[in-house]
Each structure stands twice: as structure tokens, then as C-alpha cells.
Ligand binder design. Structure first.
Ligand code: AMP
Length: 279
């Protein structure tokens, strides 16, 4: 497995794959890898001849410097996991390489970036699309894998890819969960033991919503609220029930695939989960 620390070295490595007419799959990450990331790697391996993983804690998608500074990192462990998984190349660029001095170019999905989670985290999705567009340009993959856990992110990236006509197949990978149902996340290690136990209520609320027989936007919302509000440690920060692809508002009985996007806070740690419900 090659480890490249500059964009230029990364491009050279990809060029050797291309010289053999091999296809390339990209998995962008911010490191501190877990089984969720490894599922993206597995998917990329199944879809392409070579797999490139990027590890880059992207400063432009963090609202607060404190959140960026406290983001967990363990490069040695990440590299061991990627090596074991049979990854071909890991690109770990410097911030100054991704955002050169005097940088002034952004990429933004103007509607999707500024609604829902984007409304409470201004600039977040602009940071995501700006970095992902650059990563796409550095690596020029045939396919790129993203987790359905970050549901709005996946839809935003699909829209950007379509709008800018990147010749890249965007693949959404289902959420990988802990044994008790909690969606795996690099943030989970920051939960206290009590909050970790209580966080199970998130996936339970989505299971309860899925089991509702008379499905409407209101019945789904009520079910989620009731389940989560019964857990005193949990505070709902975002509960959006929207059309699954466009993220547009809907109301009344379900008529199209519908995404429930949920963010719940436990002692200052924000956890995300989602479920797409069929009508
Ligand atoms: P991150 O390192 O948190 O930016 O995540 C990198 C990629 O892994 C994103 O596409 C995430 O959606 C995806 N991901 C994170 N957690 C999970 C999970 N539990 N299951 C599936 N994909 C995930």
C-alpha cells in the first residue's frame, strides 16, 4: 500500500494505475476509521480495480475551531486497517496543499447546502463540496463511495457531481451499526458510558417509525419525538422528514420514498442517523 502525502505524489500513483487501464475507486474520510469506513472500502474494492482512500480532516467544513481541534486522530491505526483491507493507495495531504495560499474558490450546492442540517451548520456543506470537488480532481476516480449515515451529504455530493458533470459514479453505502444498533461514528468514543447506553434510543426511534402502520409525515414525526423524548439524556437537534432524493418538504400521507434525518445531542456530542421509509 502506497502512502502519499502530497497531491503530486497521489497523482503519480493514480497515473500508474491508469497506465494499466485499471479503474479507480475513491473513499474520502477524515480518518479515525471504524467498521463504517471499512464497509465503504469493501464496496469500492468490489466496484473498481484499485482503491484510493483519502484521510483529510477538512477545516472548511467545521464551524468551530474547537470542534476541529478535538477531532480524534490515529493515523498509525488507520494505516494498519487500510493495509489489512487491501487498499492500494492512501492520500494524506496537508491543509496547505489542498487549500493553497490565497485560495478563493468554493463549490456550493446553493439550495441543498443551506437547508436542514445546513441551516444549523452554516458553511458546512459548502466546505464538504469544496473539498470533495478537489479530491475528485486530485484522484479522478471512476467511482466514489459515501455513507448513507450522512444522508444530506450524500445527496449534496450526488447533486454536485451531476451539476459539474464529474464522470464519477457516486455510490451510497448503508449505515454500519454497533451490535446494539447505534450508527458507528468517530464521535461515539467521546460519549460518556451513560450517554453511550442512552444513545441506543436513536435507532430505536427509527425502528419504531418504520413500524408505524398508518405512515404520514405527522405520524412518523410523533413516533420519533415520543421515543426520543422519553430518554432524558437525549435532546433532538434536528428532525427532518423530506422527499428522499431532493430533500424537499412533504406533508400528509407518504406517497414517495421519504428520508427521516435525525440529529440528537448527548452531553454536547451530536449524533446523526437516518432511515429511508417507503410509502
Ligand atoms: P468521515 O470520516 O466521518 O467524514 O466519514 C467518511 C465516510 O464514511 C462518509 O462518507 C461517511 O458517511 C461514511 N461513514 C461514517 N460512518 C459510517 C457508518 N456507520 N456506516 C457507513 N458509512 C459511514
Amino acid at each position: 500500500m502506497q502512502v502519499c502525502r502530497t497531491i503530486s505524489d497521489g497523482r503519480k500513483a493514480v497515473a500508474t494505475f491508469r497506465a494499466n487501464a485499471e479503474t479507480v475507486g475513491l473513499v474520502p474520510t477524515m480518518g479515525f476509521l471504524h467498521a463504517g469506513h471499512m464497509e465503504l472500502v469493501k464496496t469500492a474494492k468490489a466496484k473498481a480495480d484499485r482503491v484510493v482512500v483519502t484521510i483529510f480532516v477538512n477545516p472548511t467544513q467545521f464551524g468551530e475551531a474547537a470542534d476541529l481541534d478535538s477531532y480524534p486522530r490515529d493515523e498509525a491505526r488507520d494505516l494498519a486497517m487500510l493495509q489489512d483491507a487491501g487498499v492500494d493507495m492512501v492520500l494524506i495531504p496537508e491543509v496547505s496543499d489542498v487549500y493553497p495560499e490565497g485560495d478563493e474558490t468554493i463549490v456550493e450546492t446553493t439550495r441543498m447546502a443551506n437547508m436542514l442540517h445546513g441551516e444549523v451548520r452554516p458553511g458546512h456543506f459548502r466546505g464538504v463540496t469544496t473539498v470533495v470537488a478537489r479530491l475528485f480532481n486530485f484522484v479522478q476516480p471512476d467511482v466514489a463511495c459515501f455513507g448513507e449515515k450522512d444522508y444530506q451529504q450524500l445527496q449534496v455530493i450526488k447533486r454536485m457531481t451531476r451539476d459539474l458533470a464529474f464522470p464519477i459514479d457516486i455510490i451510497g453505502v448503508p449505515i454500519v451499526r454497533e451490535a446494539d444498533g447505534l450508527a458507528m461514528s468517530s464521535r461515539n468514543v467521546r460519549l460518556t458510558a451513560e450517554d453511550r447506553a442512552a444513545a441506543l434510543v436513536i435507532s430505536q426511534s427509527l425502528d419504531a417509525a418504520q413500524a408505524v402502520t398508518d405512515k404520514s409525515v405527522d405520524s412518523l414525526r410523533d413516533t420519533i419525538r415520543k421515543t426520543i423524548n422519553a430518554e432524558p439524556r437525549a435532546t433532538i437537534r434536528g428532525l427532518d422528514i423530506v422527499e428522499a432524493e431532493t430533500l424537499s418538504d412533504i406533508s400528509g400521507p407518504l406517497t414517495t420514498p421519504t428520508a427521516i434525518m435525525l440529529s440528537v445531542e448527548f452531553g454536547g456530542i451530536l449524533l446523526l442517523d437516518q432511515r429511508v421509509i417507503q410509502p
